[in-house]
Design a protein around this ligand. Structure first.
Ligand code: PAF
Length: 288
């Protein structure tokens, strides 16, 4: 892989992004894209580092996508820290930051929606109407704008990753989608930009979600009844101080259909509310 000594460049429009990518293409470089909504944490930076190992040039995107937030969700409150993010990306060795304004992504007259049916009606989709339409629309745009060889998305948003794989396959978008493992705090809490919503007392309780689904995956792979293991996890999460559970489910790892047979690849996925934060997490069910 070629050594790179440049500094991070930020662009806000698609033409500038494409000019950079085309110049790299002429030099024969491979290109990775890491889409984010900013407020970067160590999990994002771990994704950037994986991308830097896999491709010659890495583009990070920062765009708080209004189309994936419901009317009562946190679009306005969502943390925005662009100058700190720029420093972190620069220190990580990322080559290009694409940070478009809303008007550049959705100019007046914008009228298209990418909708993946089925996969988006369940789990998070059942609780966040329109969320995955917004995700699929913006991810399709980012992939077509940058035309990378690979694009990296965190396993933490496992349903999102599954939807994006479907989108790329269905629309024949020529990119390899890479799922990257969830990065966790030492106590197990999955890193998320939304963890800033937790009060110090809630932050102490938050790892209960991880511990409950972790115990659930072990119980299922150890032969426990799937429904009973899920019920135990739900009880642990509520006992641990979460105020409401959106779902705790054991699902097929590829189709996201309810898991009926533990010999199939499985995943336990959960979403629950702790104070003002809605936390999600998921883990694979190890093969017994
Ligand atoms: O996972 C996220 O941060 C977002 O959903 C994504 C993939 C950047 C699309 O806005």
């Amino acid at each position: 892989m070629a050594a790179y000594t440049g500094t991070l460049i930020a662009v806000r429009d698609v033409d500038s992004l494409r000019r950079r990518v085309q110049a790299w293409r002429r030099e024969g470089r491979s290109v990775a894209l890491v889409p984010t909504m900013g407020a970067l944490h160590d999990g994002h930076i771990a994704n950037m580092k994986i991308a830097l190992k896999m491709a010659d040039r890495v583009i990070a995107t920062i765009f708080v996508n209004p189309k994936q937030f419901g009317p009562s969700e946190d679009f306005v409150a969502y943390p925005r820290r662009e100058s700190e993010d720029f420093e972190l990306l620069s220190a990580a060795g990322v080559h290009l930051l694409f940070a478009p304004e809303v008007a550049a992504m959705y100019p007046p007259g914008f009228a298209s929606t990418v909708r993946i049916t089925g996969l988006t009606d369940i789990l998070d989709g059942a609780h966040r109407a329109g969320h995955f339409d917004g995700v699929a629309t913006v991810v399709a745009k980012l992939l077509l704008q940058a035309q990378p060889d690979i694009a990296l998305f965190g396993d933490k948003d496992y349903q999102q990753l599954t939807v994006i794989r479907r989108l790329v396959a269905d629309l024949n978008i020529p990119v390899d989608v890479i799922g990257v493992p969830t990065v966790r705090e030492p106590d197990g809490l999955a890193m998320s930009s939304r963890n800033v919503y937790l009060t110090p007392a809630e932050r102490v309780r938050a790892p209960v979600l991880y511990r409950a689904i972790s115990a659930c995956t072990s119980a299922i792979s150890g032969g426990a009844d799937i429904a009973a293991a899920v019920a135990t996890a739900r009880a642990e999460i509520l006992k641990g101080g979460f105020r409401e559970i959106d779902y705790v489910e054991a699902r097929h790892a590829e189709t996201l259909a309810p898991l009926t047979n533990r010999s199939e690849p499985g995943r336990v996925l959960a979403a629950a509310h702790l104070g003002l934060a809605r936390l999600i997490d998921n883990l694979p069910i190890p093969h017994a």
